[in-house]
Ligand binder design. Structure first.
Ligand code: FES
Length: 165
């Protein structure tokens, strides 16, 4: 076990653990970054820099992986992820309107995806795989289907979010 290295709020010992687990070959970059994202919930820039120091992967390779794959996040995310489906079935049944109510409920302005208190992050997704329930949103692992604007308002009201930032 290595000495703990902490940069700002980022505990870099997690990088050491991942490198120990997956090795230093450039090909280890993907599993290392997946492990880091699971721990940090996103990929902090200090952790990515440290990966380039601790492995044989070049900065181009590490940043290439981090930016190429859609599942990697480069910004901190909220405690809860709200996924609003914009797939065809949901789009036809009013996903845009549902999305607007979600944004209003979370107090998100245009272009914002995470609430100021880092409780919620909004993601637009292509299909959640339950089109017969469209329009659909997911909050963490829970699916809410056959939504109307009112139903969405009720869901967020229950969660204590009624437009507060
Ligand atoms: S299009 Fe929304 S769940 Fe498939």
């Amino acid at each position: 076990m290595s000495d703990q290295v902490v940069t700002g709020d980022v505990d870099l010992s997690i990088v050491d653990e991942m490198v120990e687990r997956y090795g230093t070959e450039p090909s280890a970059a993907i599993p290392i970054l997946l492990g880091l994202q699971e721990s940090y919930r996103y990929l902090p820039i200090d952790a990515l820099r440290y990966v380039t120091e601790k492995t044989e992967a070049t900065p181009d390779q590490v940043y290439g992986v981090a930016t190429f794959y859609g599942q990697f996040r480069l910004k901190p995310v909220g405690e809860h992820i709200v996924r609003v489906c914009h797939g065809t079935a949901c789009h036809v049944r009013g996903a845009v309107s549902i999305d607007q109510v979600v944004c209003d409920s979370l107090g998100l302005a245009d272009g914002e995806d995470t609430t100021e208190d880092y409780k919620y992050t909004l993601e637009k997704v292509a299909c959640l795989g339950c089109c017969s329930l469209s329009p659909v949103i997911m909050i963490d692992d829970k699916v809410y289907g056959s939504l109307t604007r009112k139903k969405v308002q009720r869901i967020f009201k229950k969660l204590g979010r009624e437009g507060a930032k």
